[in-house]
Design a protein around this ligand. Structure first.
Ligand code: PRP
Ligand code: URA
Length: 206
C-alpha cells in the first residue's frame, strides 16, 4: 500500500523544503520535523501488549510497543530523518545502510552495511527521503530481507510513480509512506518538481 500524507503540517513543511531559497540549516530542521510526522502516521499499526503501571493514585492498565523497531537510514540523505524519529522511539536500534546512486547508470552501489548475522529487530523502518527510480529502496529491502527482517516499511518524503511501481513490484509487502507522490522523473532520474538533491540540500554540498 502507498500512503500519501494528507496532514496540513506535512504539506506546509514540504512546501518549505521544496523552496530552493531554503538554506541547509532550515532544510535540516524541516526534514527532522516532517520525518517525525510521517513516522507517526507510519506506525499507527504497531502491535502493543498490555502493561500495568502504578500511578501515584493507583494501578493503571496501559500498553507498551511489543516489537523491537529498527530505524534504517540510507546514507547519506536518510541521516536527517533519524533524529526526530529516534527521540520519539528512543528504544529503537539504528542500522545504517550505505548506498549511492551511480549518476550514469542510476543503479545503486552499496558501500556500507554492518548488520549483524542475525536480525535484532522485528520491524524495520527504511528512512530515505527520495524514492526516485526505486533502485536504492529495492536494494535496501533486499538486504534487510536477506538479514531476516520480518516486517519492513519504507518512510520517505517524495516518491516518483516510477519508484513506487518498482518497489511495489519487487516487494509488494512493503508499505510506502511519503509526504507526496510527485509527477515524474526527469531524464537524469530526478524527481519533478521534487526538491532537488536531498543529500546536498541537507549537507550544503553540491
Ligand atoms: C538519493 C536518495 C536515494 C536515492 C534515490 O541518494 O537519498 O537513496 O538517491 O534514487 P533511486 O530511487 O533512483 O535509487 P544519492 O544516491 O543521491 O546518495 P546521497 O544520499 O549519498 O547523496
Ligand atoms: N535523489 C535525490 O536526492 N533527489 C532526486 O530527485 C532523486 C534522487
Amino acid at each position: 500500500m502507498v500512503y500519501e500524507s494528507r496532514h496540513p503540517l506535512v504539506k506546509h513543511k514540504l512546501t518549505l523544503m521544496r523552496n530552493s531559497a531554503t538554506k541547509p540549516k532550515k532544510f535540516r530542521e524541516l526534514i527532522r520535523e516532517i520525518s517525525l510526522l510521517l513516522c507517526y502516521e507510519a506506525t499507527t499499526d504497531l502491535t502493543t501488549q498490555p502493561l500495568a503501571v502504578d500511578t501515584p493514585m493507583g494501578r493503571a492498565e496501559g500498553v507498551e510497543i511489543k516489537h523491537k523497531v529498527g530505524l534504517v537510514p540510507v546514507l547519506r540523505a536518510g541521516l536527517g530523518m533519524v533524529e526526530g524519529i529516534w527521540e520519539m522511539m528512543p528504544g529503537a536500534e539504528v542500522w545504517h545502510i550505505g548506498l549511492y546512486r551511480d549518476e550514469r547508470t542510476l543503479k545503486p552501489v552499496s558501500y556500507y552495511n554492518k548488520l549483524p548475522t542475525m536480525p535484532t529487530v522485528q520491524v524495520c523502518l527504511v528512512l530515505d527521503p527520495m524514492l526516485a527510480t526505486g533502485g536504492s529502496a529495492v536494494a535496501t529491502v533486499d538486504i534487510l530481507k536477506k538479514w531476516g527482517a520480518e516486517r519492513i516499511k519504507f518512510v520517505g518524503i517524495l516518491a516518483a510513480p516510477e519508484g513506487i511501481a518498482r518497489l511495489q513490484g519487487a516487494h509488494p509487502d512493503v508499505d510506502i509512506h511519503v509526504a507526496h507522490v510527485d509527477e515524474r522523473l526527469n531524464d537524469i532520474g530526478y524527481i519533478v518538481p521534487g526538491l532537488g538533491d536531498a543529500g546536498d540540500r541537507q549537507f550544503g554540498t553540491g
